[in-house]
Design a protein around this ligand. Sequence first.
Ligand code: VGL
Ligand code: ZN
Length: 197
Amino acid sequence: MRALIVVDMQVDFCPGGALAVAGGDEIVPAINDLMPDHDVVVLTQDWHPQDHSSFAANRPDAQPFELVQMDYGPQVLWPAHCVIGTPGAGFHPALATDVADLVIRKGFRPNIDSYSAFFENDHVTPTGLAGYLRDRAVDELSFVGLAQDFCVAWSAMDAARLGFRATVIEDATRAIDLDGSLAQARDDMRAAGVRLA
Ligand code: VGL
Ligand code: ZN
């Protein structure tokens, strides 16, 4: 069984949003077209409380895109984005959300970020997605959405480590590309056994 994992196709990650990814909205039609080719469609939704520790505004003297050390490892500080219940946390209005079997939210614990759809950034706390996919007999995953070098890459690498066949459909992703993060993510994905298509 094959699943399409649509990562964080939300208003705040599209042009005009709080953490806009260049061209983020351009990939919506391609993603909608891929949905009927898959047995299972999952949407992920970045979903942060206003006091989330990944928001630069919640720390004295911190600037967005700065790197800090958390007890679980390095963490980029972001502009406030995808705040629970705000319009920016909603899906892009043209995304075919009706087709989705599952919407999985992540990043709702104030003290830990969650890029991956499978684990929080400590790489230990599970979201429950792996169990859902195994229960549905899914073995093959295609990843699309935003952002290729953060949430898409971390999700695809975790999927490969968990034993799923993982492919990133690059035409249906866009990257933040912070200090070479896209090239690094592509190298890391290949090393983790993720196929880039
Ligand atoms: C993401 C940064 C912060 C993403 C989410 O979806 O790639 N990036 N939160
Ligand atoms: Zn986030």
